[in-house]
Design a protein around this ligand. Structure first.
Ligand code: HEC
Length: 136
């Protein structure tokens, strides 16, 4: 009797192993596929997007303490900024300067303070990323 149970256990083990493997494979296929297409539509392999996002996400630049992508926080949602300005050289320079020097009056009464650690080039890269978030 013990022997039977033992061999059944082995059979069950082998079965579940084999089954598990192919299931796992399907599952990873299913999850990597949409992620890939999303990545291309969502600009993840655009170097401007990558570079700017890293600057915006860098804790020393503080951008994300006041800004979120889709929600107003202290400052406007980056998506709203992107929908307001076309990604032209003039707009990128103007907004990068504002990021460095600070400013007020466009989105409300709250001012964006001058950023004393970011370079103008990094601010431009950050703004390029922000403007890529346009969806309208
Ligand atoms: C202390 C909070 C704060 C921080 C930190 C901050 N911002 Fe802002 N940001 C604001 C506020 C408030 C506004 C709205 C200013 C206005 O109405 O003119 C704003 C506006 C902006 C705008 C739109 C400017 C315009 O004229 O429309 C951009 C682009 C921007 N921020 C990018 C950044 C980036 C990039 C960083 C990080 C380097 C950053 N911000 C850090 C609060 C902040």
């Amino acid at each position: 009797m013990k022997k039977v149970i033992f061999s059944m256990a082995i059979a069950a083990f082998l079965l579940s192993c084999g089954g598990g493997d192919s299931e796992k494979k399907e599952a990873t296929d299913a999850t990597t596929e949409p992620a890939k297409t999303e990545a291309t539509t969502d600009l993840s392999d655009n170097p401007d997007y990558q570079k700017g996002m890293a600057i915006v996400a860098d804790p020393k630049n503080l951008c994300l303490t006041c800004h979120k992508i889709d929600e107003k926080l202290v400052g406007p949602a980056y998506r709203d900024v992107a929908n307001k300005y076309e990604s032209t050289d003039a707009n990128i320079s103007m907004l990068a300067e504002k990021v460095v020097k600070g400013g007020t009056g466009v989105w409300g009464e709250v001012a964006m303070p001058a950023n004393t650690v970011i370079s103008l080039d990094d601010a431009k890269a950050a703004v390029k990323y922000v403007l890529l978030l346009r969806n309208k």
